[in-house]
Design a protein around this ligand. Structure first.
Ligand code: GCO
Length: 264
């Protein structure tokens, strides 16, 4: 019984921004559990081809598609192409995102809007066009990659936190409107993970590095592979009655106000 609950063998999973970082780690988790991974990126075809080769080297069935998640026409064309060449999309993980670390007072409006566009509007665009098929088939899984910045602010990431906070409410609204069609929409909220995106604030001796290790009950940065279990759970039958839930995978950081220096 339990093995079947988490069985995603043969499912088609589109993971946006899955040529590297957390997106790649979650997609690898789904792929190693038997799903076909539809790899997406927008930087270069070479990066997508290299990523697909890396997935295949692990025995994962992977296909790559280059498209800009913020461009609705590109998204519509890509989804049509994917569903005709690979098959209906059973699982969508809206992971593609950017961050700009700038104090709000110094941030250009154009930069603020770009972060909102990619991190909040794009999940709406991609979901709107993928969910049509899911509703027609009366089943589907959508997972929006939120953040612990969906719940907490931090100096210099105001645009990112606004987008990720908005993504929590977008997730809840998608669940409100689409759960009746047997489409489960939920979110994953990663804490601080060792990725390219966090590399600048993770270098040894960087004050933020020590701060995060001390502020996290698990006393370490997350390993991207730690997200695979949450992705498989929210992509499988095991979560068929879970709707609008944000599953934080954060080493406990959101559970605590932290410790004073003498208790570290
Ligand atoms: C930062 C980090 C965070 C993490 C993650 C936390 O600058 O504070 O990049 O944004 O990447 O989003 O959930």
């Amino acid at each position: 019984m339990s093995a079947q609950l988490f069985n995603i063998e043969g499912k088609v999973a589109l993971v946006t921004g899955s040529t590297h970082g957390l997106g790649m780690s979650m997609a690898q988790g789904l792929g190693l559990a038997g799903a076909t991974v539809v790899v997406n990126g927008n930087s270069s075809q070479q990066k997508i081809d290299e990523a697909v080769a890396a997935y295949k080297k692990q025995g994962i069935n992977a296909v790559g598609y280059k498209f800009d998640v913020s461009n609705e026409q590109e998204v519509i064309a890509a989804i049509t192409k994917i569903e005709s060449e690979v098959g209906p999309i059973d699982i969508l993980i809206n992971n593609a995102g950017i961050i700009k670390r700038t104090p709000l007072l110094e941030m250009e409006v154009a930069d603020f809007k770009q972060v909102i566009d990619i991190d909040l509007v794009s999940p709406f665009i991609v979901s709107k066009h993928v969910v049509k098929g899911m509703i027609a088939r009366k089943q589907g899984k959508i997972i929006n990659i939120c953040s612990m910045m969906s719940q907490l602010g931090r100096n210099t990431v105001g645009a990112y936190a606004a987008a990720k906070g908005g993504l929590v409410m977008l997730t809840k609204n998608m669940a409100t409107e689409w759960a009746r069609h047997n489409v489960q929409v939920n979110g994953i909220g990663p804490g601080y993970f060792a990725t390219e995106q966090t590399a600048p604030i993770r270098v040894d001796g960087h004050p933020f590095n020590d701060f995060i290790v001390n502020r996290t009950p698990a006393a370490k940065w997350g390993n991207p592979d730690d997200l695979a279990g949450a992705a498989i759970f929210l992509s499988s039958k095991a979560s068929d009655f879970v709707n609008g839930h944000i599953l934080y995978v954060d080493g406990g950081i959101l559970a605590t106000i932290g410790k004073p220096a003498n208790e570290l």
